[in-house]
Design a protein around this ligand. Sequence first.
Ligand SMILES: [Zn+2]
Length: 459
Amino acid sequence: MTSSASDARSSRSFLPLGRYSFGVGDRFGHQARAQLRAFLLAAREGADIIPVWNKSYREHSTIGSEPANVRVAAEAAIRELGWTKPFHIDADHITLKTVDAFVASSDYYTLDVADAIGTPAPSHEVEKFLARHPELLQRIDLPGQSWPIAMSRATASLIAARYLPAVREAGRIYKHIADVKGSANFITEVSMDETGSPQKPDELFLILAALADEGVPLQAIAPKFTGRFNKGVDYVGNVNQFEAEFRADIAVIAHAIKVFNLPDNLKLSVHSGSDKFSIYAPIHRALRDTGAGLHLKTAGTTWLEELIGLAEAGGEALALAKEIYAEACEHRDELCAPYAAVIDIDPGKLPSPSQVEKWSSEQYASALRHDQKSPEFNPSFRQLLHVGYKIAAKLGRRYLDMLDACEAEISRNVTSNLFERHLRPIFWAEGVTATVAGWQEREEADRSKVAQIHTSSNA
Ligand SMILES: [Zn+2]
């Protein structure tokens, strides 16, 4: 180990992040309460999961919102529901160009260095790096792993040349935030997920060595995993291979914490993590077997629950949900273009706006709701609406007023989507069968008991 490697932990203080944290996005800033209810329910069932509200520069630009709005909405929910545990505000996928707008309101920064991957580092830098890290060229047997990590000098040189510039960039962004904010006041995550090819466990190991050299006290790292993480729908890929890779990454991180003196609570962050139902059981098993922490980010899944709630409310709200779909169909190419790499829409499976016009509340909601067992569920319909939030943003007040008018229908869907379909399978797998409906019933019962006690003691 080198002396500079110890910088990452010893000389840099940081705001600590809890073992389990979960990112929620709230495109229109109306669902923080409904989202927080899912975490309250989790806490009642015994799981400490830290809520993190994440929003990227791209989302803010599309919606026309400001980073400060995210904190205001989250803090209002925290006060109203009496949440006493930590929560964080994540400046998601920021770069040196976009970070300044987030300095005042965020305490969690996801440094996006994907753009710096690919311009190879000069060979003298690669040589210097490898000379500093002879341990990268030694064979490492990781606990629980069938294969050791063994990098040849040639492989290590290639990986280092590929990732060193990205790591330098992470160092620059980190130092910029630390200078203006103070290193003790924020959490650092490094993301490399929005890039062409996945990072294998040996690449992750080398990247962590380089981040330690840069003095970045990262607490979460988001590699690109093998397989497709399409927006709003299930994982597409080999689930067994994902599980093996995920477990190897956990083992690599545990080893890197020791040898590179990185923060003890460094953990994996899974981006585009919503709705990846088929990998939740493998993730759960890996966390249970290793004691590793996890951060998992979701974003657009909540906006789709808003649409489901509008559809269920019927009347004008259902009409608005249909109008949004019709507009999304009309602007399909433009809406899909920025997301081309992360959606798979089959145009032949998209119902025409005139068909949808005739749909009942139930038909709209069940085509959209992510229930893979339902024959009515339509992944193409869901994905088009997922990228269609720009249409709702353009509706402005009309859309926001309708969210207020249908709060009951929407918040029920937002909470149960996060709790029942996400938190529960990831953090409990089996065992916890609590539902939001059951919880509401119990709350009602508790309230009426309290009311009875009051009436009888007054009498
Ligand atoms: Zn990401």
